[in-house]
Design a protein. Structure first.
Length: 127
């Protein structure tokens, strides 16, 4: 069993998005999906996260994307979970401060990541 993640004390208390706000936002965020998540711990909990997978030309390019994004992430203090496999980066966003519900912070970071990803060349087609 995975031990519970010990998150620091919340520094902010944003309002969670309503289901209507989430659906409306997803129409403006191509490729993003709102998915349920399970948070392990003494009291199992459920939440929601925004998820999108980006494709890059190589592992190094994928890491460059994450490194560049981390400069902005350090300023806004809203951190995604990353999964990196070869030239693929899966970004998972949720606001743990409000029990892993979605907030404006997640939408803002999703928009930033989409804009940043457009600066990187797409993977080349294999022949």
């Amino acid at each position: 069993m995975t031990p519970p993640i010990r998150f620091p004390q919340p520094m902010v208390s944003p309002n969670p998005l309503t289901p209507f706000e989430i659906e409306n936002a997803l129409q403006q965020l191509p490729g993003w999906k709102a998915l349920p998540i399970f948070i392990p711990g003494a009291e199992p909990n459920r939440g929601t996260e925004l998820v999108k997978t980006y494709q890059f030309a190589s592992y190094d390019v994928a890491l460059g994307f994450i490194n560049k994004a981390s400069e902005h992430i350090a300023v806004v203090q809203h951190h995604p979970a990353w999964e990196v496999t070869w030239g693929t980066v899966k970004a998972r966003l949720t606001t743990w401060d409000i029990e892993h519900k979605l907030s404006r912070y997640d939408l803002d970071l999703a928009k930033y990541l989409d804009n940043l990803s457009s600066e990187y060349p797409p993977p080349r087609d294999k022949k």
